[in-house]
Design a protein around this ligand. Structure first.
Ligand code: WQD
Length: 337
């Protein structure tokens, strides 16, 4: 008899979380979602049980402890968090409460019931503005905003729990995530380059380029874009990794290991959407490093993970998801900056 494996996915109704739920379910795991639906949609969760509460609320540890025990959870994938850099600069105390406090509740509950597998959603934002721009996990983290700080503190917290009570844990540092695994799961937030550009194109406005005088080949910033379905697969690989007798590492960059400039991205979007609106170059955005790209060597060798979808897939799937949302009457979420 095969014992059912139940994984709790916090933030499982969100953009990335819903892809993680899909990927786990496809591998035969039972999935239970915890999400406060503050920036997410119930429709994304499908048939998986959804428990709606805020992990930073005062009763969160008790509720989560009860739930982990009831479903006999074998592991947690913890994505629920706030993720807007600008908002984190404006409201740092709230970001710490949500992201660090929420993780505290997860760890307390997991410890209380002996649930000792955790995959944590971290971010390339922990690196800040690294010299040279191409990083690996040995680079010294030096976040430059409260959002990135909360992710680094999260990594410290789960490592401390590993030492204190044997939690088996992995942090996945996401680079620039875009695309959609299926059209219903597109990113509803107009927050990052791809959706910002699609939103402007739809409204007949020129896409904005935040600076073209960076020390890069075409003068625009270079990032490492990873398809959200590939990122989701990395969570499955990370959970499998935790079953090894002695995992050698607990931190993995999740990127394609390839730099794509803003101009290259705009060209790919223009080709996918069939638009030819000339971009408008505006001032640099404060806090943007010229280059931030992962070597992504460790995740390939240790987890056997590699990206299967390239830039064209990222852009084409983002575009079809964007149109699907519009056809379904879903309005884009334009966060306050
Ligand atoms: C990408 C590039 C912009 C919009 C952010 C967070 C990071 C992580 C992912 C997560 C940059 C340029 C953008 C536009 C542009 N957060 N740009 N015109 O800043 O690399 O990473 O999201 O959870 O912590 O910092 O991503 O998509 O905002 O920007 O020129 O209209 O595109 O300057 O170089 P970023 P982004």
């Amino acid at each position: 008899m095969v014992l059912a494996v139940t994984i709790i996915v916090t933030g499982g109704a969100g953009y990335i979380g819903a892809h993680v739920v899909d990927a786990l379910a496809a591998e035969g795991r039972d999935v239970v979602v915890v999400d406060d639906l503050s920036t997410a949609s119930e429709a994304r969760v499908g048939d998986h049980p959804l428990h709606r509460f805020d992990l930073a609320a005062p009763d969160a540890t008790a509720r989560l402890t009860q739930l982990l025990g009831d479903v006999r959870a074998t592991g947690v994938v913890h994505l629920a968090a706030k993720k807007q850099v600008g908002e984190s600069v404006a409201r740092p105390e709230w970001y710490y409460r949500q992201n660090v406090g929420g993780l505290g509740a997860v760890l307390e509950a997991a410890r209380a019931v002996g649930c000792d597998r955790l995959v944590f959603s971290s971010s390339a934002a922990v690196y800040g503005e690294p010299a040279g721009g191409v990083v690996d996990e040995d680079a010294r983290p030096d976040p430059i905003n409260p959002y990135g700080q909360t992710k680094l503190v999260g990594e410290w917290m789960i490592r401390a729990a590993a030492r204190a009570w044997g939690l088996r844990q992995v942090s996945l540092r996401y680079f620039n995530v875009a695309g959609a695994g299926r059209p219903e799961l597109g990113d509803p937030a107009v927050l990052n380059l791809v959706t910002l550009v699609l939103d402007r194109l739809e409204r007949g406005e020129a896409p904005l380029v935040f600076g073209d005088d960076y020390p890069t080949p075409d003068g625009t910033c270079v990032r490492d874009y990873v398809h959200v379905a590939d990122l989701a697969a990395a969570h499955v690989a990370a959970l499998d990794y935790l079953e090894r007798p002695a995992p050698a590492y607990d931190t993995f960059d999740v990127g394609a290991g390839q730099g794509v400039s803003v101009t290259q991205m705009l060209t790919a979007i223009a080709s996918a959407t069939g638009t030819s609106v000339l971009p408008q170059v505006v001032d640099r955005r404060p806090g943007d490093p010229a280059v931030l790209v992962a070597t992504a060597a460790r995740i390939r060798t240790e987890l056997g993970w590699e990206p299967r979808r390239g830039l064209d897939d990222i852009v084409a799937s983002a575009w079809s998801a964007w149109r699907a949302q519009r056809e379904a009457g879903v309005e884009p979420i334009r966060p306050a900056r």
